[in-house]
Design a protein around this ligand. Structure first.
Ligand code: FAD
Length: 369
């Protein structure tokens, strides 16, 4: 039986640890933060599960993954139906018959399609040169200007005319009155929060978890001491940034307790104008249908931010430069470190949804054992 070190108690690390322990191996999980669960960490405040690193909704069409997580948590039937606030007027998302009715007063799918085509005609025969033109060619100017432009510019910190067209490949247009954001077969939020789910994953006699422990404080010793290392931190940091630094977009969260039972009437409201500095306001109790203190609520404003080393890296910026740099680090990883497995969103420099990160961890398990 081998002795494993897992660096990072996020979803990838926890699934790998669980599966290694199940197969009889001894696993030590080290985590530099003071809590487990990585970015899906939820903390209970006023009886409300507060998503500390941004709103997380579990959704998947991968039945194997869905069955897998059921072992560690019971899921509620939460359905993501965000609402957009554009200068005080509310629109349903994703773009569907409700949105088109609110935007233009149209009532039937044919009326909606006619209106969209009339708006798209502005770009007829032209090849979109940037994100703005791409969006208009797909959905027309009204929806672009009210629901896409400001939000996207805040997210990327750049004008839509300076962003490449490929960022928006397609914009699903749904010609039914259905505000369910995802098309997946399964969707929900773990009852009692995501932290409990990860706690259950890590609950095994063969797993030891050490918080407030940074791999880089004793990197060489760890590599000596353990038979195998599963590393879920940033891949460039593992190699001491020797080829250069991978870039990210970051986020800043402002969380506030309010003395009202229901502040905005929905879990997620997007602010799609350019003037409001934040992109979203999350009211956490609505993920659990109002559970918690009936007279209090917790809201979080989400501000997109540039990323500098030391900030929390949230979104990889998968442009040509970064993808090619990552490929070089991956080469180094493949050549130099047979005893280290790189995994998760930071180890693989990839935006993973939760179901995808679980699938990736199960795949790594399959390969390893
Ligand atoms: P992480 O959760 O980041 O775990 C890595 C862990 O490693 C961290 O805890 C970190 O502290 C630790 N670590 C790093 N370096 C070291 C070190 N040197 N020593 C010790 N520990 C270290 N997915 C969905 O499916 N639905 C959603 O609605 C959704 N919403 C999201 C919203 C936001 C704002 C973001 C950014 C992501 C969202 N995701 C969502 C994606 C989801 O967060 C990820 O799939 C998941 O967190 C990835 O898990 P991970 O284990 O790869 O990484």
């Amino acid at each position: 039986m081998a002795n494993y070190l897992v660096v990072g108690a996020g979803l990838f690390g926890a699934v790998f640890a669980r599966e290694a322990a199940k197969r009889g191996h001894k696993v030590t999980v080290i985590e530099k933060r003071d809590h487990i669960a990585g970015n899906i960490y939820t903390k209970e405040i006023d009886g409300i599960q507060v998503h500390q690193y941004g709103a997380h909704i579990f959704h998947t069409s991968n039945k194997e993954v869905w069955n897998y997580v059921q072992q560690f948590a019971e899921f509620n039937r939460y359905t993501n139906s965000p609402v957009a606030n554009y200068k005080g007027k509310m629109y349903n998302l994703p773009f569907n018959m409700n949105t088109f009715n609110e935007m233009w007063g149209v009532r039937t799918p044919q009326e909606a399609m006619d209106k969209i085509n009339e708006q798209r005609a502005e770009m007829a025969g032209k090849t979109p040169q940037n994100l703005e033109e791409q969006a208009i060619s797909l959905i027309g100017r009204d929806i672009y200007e009210k629901l896409i432009k400001g939000y996207t510019e805040k997210q990327w910190g750049r004008k839509a005319t300076e962003l490449p067209a490929f960022i928006i490949k397609r914009l699903p247009v749904r010609l039914i009155y259905d505000n369910n954001y995802f098309n997946d077969d399964y969707q929900g939020i773990p009852k009692g929060g995501y932290t409990k789910l990860v706690e259950n994953l890590l609950k095994d006699d063969k797993i030891t978890v050490k918080l407030n422990t940074d791999f880089f404080d004793k990197k060489d010793e760890y590599l000596q001491e353990f038979d195998k290392v599963v590393y879920t931190g940033p891949i460039d940091q593992f190699f001491d940034y020797r080829l250069g630094e991978l870039e990210y977009r970051s986020l800043r969260f402002e969380t506030e307790e309010k003395n009202v039972g229901n502040y905005q009437g929905n879990a997620v409201i997007n602010y799609t104008d350019a003037e409001t500095p934040y992109t979203r306001v999350i009211e956490h109790k609505h993920f659990e249908f109002g559970k918690g203190d009936p007279d209090k609520t917790i809201v979080t404003r989400e501000y997109p931010a540039d990323w500098h080393q030391g900030d929390e890296p949230y979104y990889p910026v998968n442009n040509e430069r970064n993808n090619s740099l990552y490929a070089q680090y991956k080469d180094l990883a493949d050549k130099e470190d047979a005893k280290v497995i790189f995994g998760g969103r930071l180890g693989q420099y990839k935006y993973y949804n939760m179901d995808q990160v679980i699938a990736a961890a199960l795949e790594a398990v399959e390969k390893e054992f």
